[in-house]
Design a protein around this ligand. Structure first.
Ligand code: SAM
Length: 633
């Protein structure tokens, strides 16, 4: 049996208009020795916006006609012509229920020879249906097939069954029969004793039109581009100091890194205006950028500080070993029980004593950075030894028998997290750029936080998805840890944090001056069902708009502001926050250059919530998020 491999994964066909843009860039480069700007491309082709020009550039880059050195058109250069071949499109193939194999000759596509290898005969088919989505094959895509009658187990094949029904599936031979496996968890496999293989998929040509979010209407002002290369599915997210404390809705480090690499350069000053636990700050340090981080949650800032402060791992380990010794020596009568509301509701007495011993020993460490670093491991120990359910971001107490049997081993939990964190710091200390700095600001990003106007080279951030009450309750998540580690002057203030975050206080009425048609439309739909909820929503966007204004002020002209955001569902209304940000941003003085949609394989978000008051009526909240790329005019 021959062995064939699935070759390159995705490429893009280029349209007539894109050929014209390419020709224009080529002749421009011949004349001026550098590429035209987006503005010049926009003017030349009378495009609606520079984001459309940007769209053409990225299509040409994706198709391999322009080099991908930087994301700025002036930096593009053309690629030498490659040997191409014309392949006939023989009709449609079902990636769903099998359809009759009909061949409609006449249409062809042209691709470069090295994309499909030198051997064999090929043909192409248009895909119908969604049974292969997990393999990255979508309705409307074109698949290039190498003709062959046999296939290896697990290859994606064109299979003809039941006389003349063709389908695109993964083929497995097992127990003397064939299994045609869809790559879509909602569909069942097809079993047959006989299958006729007509070829194996060697290339997928993505039809981006069909990838535009289904919720998008043709009249939308902006275009969402689904890009699976931003998913980073299966990649390690806990390297360096990224793993040292959980936090809700954290960035995937790879997303922050790619944005930093694309929109900033070494030596630049970055700002994350909702820095949370500091993922973007850690990545900035590793990439040799300086960084400001702003947040209103003291616990988040405490973690972010620990994650970005370089500590010599040997010194750290020495202190840690001494600490373990110190904890053992503390007698019960020496400890002082912390005093905050409901401590006995959330912690059993013997747990409180053990936690208090660890805290006392940590507080005795003289080096403030080491003390803080080990306090972060203590913060997680608090979380995991409390009576709250571990899997929840909101505070939910375990009940009944479970609570009675709840007997966490506090010291070993602490050791586990402390040692994991020290390993993370060892990695970070080795690779971080020693001269990059991080400044962490406790502040409200909708207000002036003292950062100089026009001083920031790039803003990368992930705002809250909505108010804390109905999305992620950052304050509630942080409360028990914050109360133990003294990040609030008065530990009881920790309970009020969620009210201070974006959207924390509903507006008095629904009148506003925000110029976003998308917001207006969403508010009207929500208000018809529940006026109070509409006021919560409005309050969030008023706050967010103020944050956009502050961001505009501190950012240098022509520099980028990247926001990773989810389009949440309120009262069954999907609020297009990405479009709202684009509209509000354009009013303030940004241009929206693109909106990329990514899947969220591992973001710590509640995937389901109850959008109605009907018990059990669960609806998906967010499994996708948008990356909005704004550029200051
Ligand atoms: C999605 S989280 C950021 C997570 C972060 N990217 C990380 O990797 O940990 C949003 C953050 O916004 C903060 N926040 C909410 N309202 C704020 C405001 N008005 N000013 C500053 N920070 C705020 C929350 O405390 C939360 O930490």
């Amino acid at each position: 049996m021959h062995t064939f491999y699935l070759f390159s994964i995705i490429s893009y066909m280029i349209t007539k208009k894109q050929v014209q843009v390419l020709d224009f860039i080529k002749s421009y480069i011949t004349k001026y020795n550098y590429a035209p700007s987006l503005e010049e491309i926009k003017k030349k082709f009378k495009l609606a916006s520079v984001s459309t020009a940007h769209y053409y550039i990225s299509k040409l880059q994706d198709a391999g006609f322009l080099n991908k050195e930087h994301n700025q058109p002036r930096a593009v250069s053309t690629v030498e012509a490659k040997q191409t071949i014309e392949i006939p499109i023989l009709g449609a193939i079902a990636a769903g229920q099998p359809i009759e194999a009909i061949e409609i000759p006449g249409e062809t596509i042209t691709i470069t020879r090295d994309e499909i290898g030198q051997q064999g005969k090929h043909y192409a088919l248009r895909v119908q249906g969604s049974s292969m989505i997990d393999e990255g094959i979508f309705d409307g895509d074109i698949v290039v097939i190498r003709k062959q009658e046999v296939a290896e187990n697990g290859q994606t094949v064109v299979a003809v069954i039941d006389d003349n029904e063709a389908t695109l599936k993964k083929l497995y031979r097992e127990n003397g029969r064939f299994r045609l496996q869809p790559a879509n968890p909602t569909l069942f496999p097809i079993y047959r004793d006989e299958v006729e293989v007509r070829g194996v998929v060697v290339k997928i040509i993505r039809n981006l039109e069909s990838q535009i979010d289904q919720g998008q209407s043709r009249n939308d002002k902006y275009v969402r581009k689904i890009d699976y290369s931003w998913d980073f599915r299966g990649e390690k997210t806990k390297s360096y100091t990224h793993g040292i404390h959980i936090y809700p809705a954290m960035f995937i480090p790879q997303v922050a890194r790619r944005l930093l690499e694309t929109y900033s350069k070494k030596g630049d000053t970055i700002c994350d205006i909702f820095c949370g636990s500091g993922t973007a700050l850690v990545e900035s340090n590793l990439l040799g950028r300086n960084a400001y981080g702003i947040d209103l949650n003291p616990l988040a800032l405490f973690i972010a500080h620990a994650k970005t402060t370089q500590i010599n791992p040997q010194k750290l380990t020495k202190e840690y070993i001494a600490l373990l010794d110190g904890i053992e020596k503390i007698k019960d009568k020496e400890i002082q029980k912390p005093d905050f509301n409901n401590i006995d509701f959330w912690f059993k007495e013997k747990i409180i004593i053990k936690l208090a011993k660890i805290k006392k020993a940590i507080k005795e460490i003289k080096d403030q950075n080491i003390q803080n670093f080990l306090m972060v491991a203590f913060s997680e120990t608090v979380r995991f030894s409390s009576n709250s359910k571990n899997g929840e971001f909101k505070l939910v107490r375990v009940k009944g028998e479970k609570l009675e049997n709840h007997d966490p081993d506090v010291f070993s939990i602490f050791r586990k997290y402390a040692e994991r964190n020290i390993r993370g710091m060892t990695e970070f200390y080795k690779d971080t750029q020693k001269d990059s700095w991080t400044k962490i600001i406790f502040g409200d990003s909708s207000k002036d936080n003292g950062i100089k106007a026009n001083s920031i080279d790039c803003i990368i951030t992930s705002p809250p998805y909505g108010d804390s009450r109905t999305t992620v309750a950052y304050g509630q998540f942080s409360r028990l840890s914050a109360q133990w580690i003294d990040v609030f002057d008065n530990p009881n203030d920790a309970s009020g944090l969620d009210n201070d975050l974006l959207g924390g206080r509903a507006t008095k009425n629904l009148t506003h001056l925000l110029s976003s048609d998308y917001l207006k439309e969403s508010l009207e739909k929500i208000a018809k069902q529940d006026e109070k909820r509409a006021k919560d929503v409005l309050s969030f966007y008023i706050g967010l708009n103020d944050c956009l204004k502050q961001a505009h002020k501190i950012l240098k002209s022509k520099k980028y502001f990247c926001l990773v955001i989810g389009n949440r569902l309120v009262k069954q209304v999907r609020i297009p926050t990405d479009f709202i940000i684009a509209e509000l941003g354009e009013k303030i003085g940004f241009t929206c250059e693109s909106i990329i949609v990514r899947n969220i394989p591992g973001k710590r978000m509640p995937i389901k919530n109850s959008p109605t008051n009907i018990t059990g009526a669960l609806e998906e909240t967010m499994n996708k998020e948008s990356i909005v790329i704004l550029r200051k005019n």
